[in-house]
Ligand binder design. Structure first.
Ligand SMILES: Cc1ncc(COP(=O)(O)O)c(C=O)c1O
Ligand SMILES: [Zn+2]
Length: 370
């Protein structure tokens, strides 16, 4: 199959060489691509996400940019009397799971011969894109809200990217970056499907680390849903390849201060509508209008999933609790754990549940201290 960009809304297709970042109809684009799972070959390779090489849509090996990322530990812990598995995705080179997406997307950017990119982010995706651009000497401009944690601002600059701080909301930051994207390639983690074909390796690693078995449920943070949708794509590819029979139930966690997906589900909407968001310490999921909101809602419906919300107080409690277990994570990741605790309490059944710690606490040390 020839790789193509594909619109899930109006079914138009475009070449992958195209520098466009959305369909003419306005929808985000997906990637049509046929992955393969040669298990024997996979087992002979090193412990990085590139061991699933035949699932990653990069044509030439010499385009690959890697810092040995991926194959993060899957640790079994006890939480409120339940055994659960946590994927340690804060142990990536830039301190968050966003390296999964950035490694693949910026390898593609390199393959396409692009010399400069723009991206907007709450800080972690920006750091990841900046790091991989640095490695490939690709110019990089990162737009972030003024309120972003200082650790992430310093990190982006350390990689030599041009940092643009935007006054106002995360949504205003995206508008300014989109304007810049009319002149420069948009390496957006929310819009660009190559990012999702990096985050999908989360699913392959879980499948392999659980002894080539599927968990019953995944509990994941969801802002723009790049991990949530990536996990879905990964398990869907495994299902289509005949490796597994069922895609796990996908449960999303949002902050009660900013929960557009929770509200859409409650009201039975097929798309998210703009909401009035409040301040939350979980800056990574402070997303009022997820770019792929419609897709996220469809995945929740298809997998019999749901969205749970957590309060600022519950986030604080989970942050401290995880610290006492030896994991210093950022508040966005603590929100996931607070949601996981709610899910376990609500269900109280013997499901095999996998969740994740997505970001390193040092990035938000200032905010945590306050
Ligand atoms: C640490 C961390 N976890 C989770 C998320 C949520 O990712 P997404 O917006 O793609 O759902 C983010 C996003 O910035 C993040 O930084
Ligand atoms: Zn379209």
């Amino acid at each position: 199959m020839i790789e193509k960009l594909y619109c899930p809304d109006c079914h138009r297709t475009y070449s992958v060489d195209s520098v466009r970042w959305r369909c003419d109809c306005g929808s985000p684009l997906d990637l049509e691509f046929e992955p393969k799972f040669p298990i024997k070959k996979i087992l002979q390779r090193g412990p990085t996400l590139w061991r699933y090489r035949e699932t990653i849509p990069i044509l030439r090996d010499n385009s690959i940019l890697s810092m040995g990322e991926g194959f993060t530990p899957l640790e079994e812990i006890e939480l409120n009397g339940h055994r659960v598995f946590l994927k340690m995705d804060y142990l990536f080179p830039t301190g968050s799971y966003k390296d999964r997406g950035a490694a693949v997307l910026i390898s593609k950017v390199r393959e396409l011969g692009i010399k400069k990119v723009v991206e907007d982010s709450s800080g972690n995706a920006g750091s990841a894109i900046a790091a991989y651009c640095a490695k490939a000497a690709i110019g990089c401009e990162i737009y972030v809200p003024l309120s972003t944690s200082s650790g992430k601002l310093v990190q982006i600059q350390a990689y030599g990217a041009t940092l643009k701080m935007v006054e106002g909301s995360r949504e205003r930051t995206a508008e300014v970056a989109m304007e810049a994207a009319s002149r420069t390639y948009y390496a957006s983690h929310c819009w660009n499907p190559f990012f999702l074909h990096g985050t999908k390796t989360f699913a392959f690693e879980i499948y392999e680390q659980m002894g080539w078995k599927t968990p019953d449920t995944l509990v994941l943070p969801v802002g723009h849903g790049t991990l949530f949708l990536g996990a879905y794509i990964g398990f869907k590819e495994l299902k289509e390849a005949g490796e597994i029979k069922r895609i796990p139930r996908l449960v999303g966690i949002q902050s009660a201060a900013c929960a557009p997906l929770y509200q859409a589900l409650k009201k039975g909407w097929r798309e998210t509508l703009p909401i009035d968001k409040k301040e939350t310490i979980a800056e990574g999921i402070s997303i009022a209008k997820p770019v792929r909101g419609k897709q996220i809602l469809e995945v929740i419906k298809e997998t019999d999933g749901e969205v749970l919300t957590v309060t600022e107080k519950e986030i604080g409690v989970a942050l401290r609790e995880m610290g006492r277990k030896g994991h210093f994570i950022e508040p966005t990741s603590a929100a996931t754990i607070a949601g996981l605790k709610k899910y376990l309490k609500k269900k109280n059944v013997k499901e095999i549940v996998v969740s994740t710690l997505t970001g390193m606490g040092l990035k938000a040390a200032g905010k945590i201290f306050k």
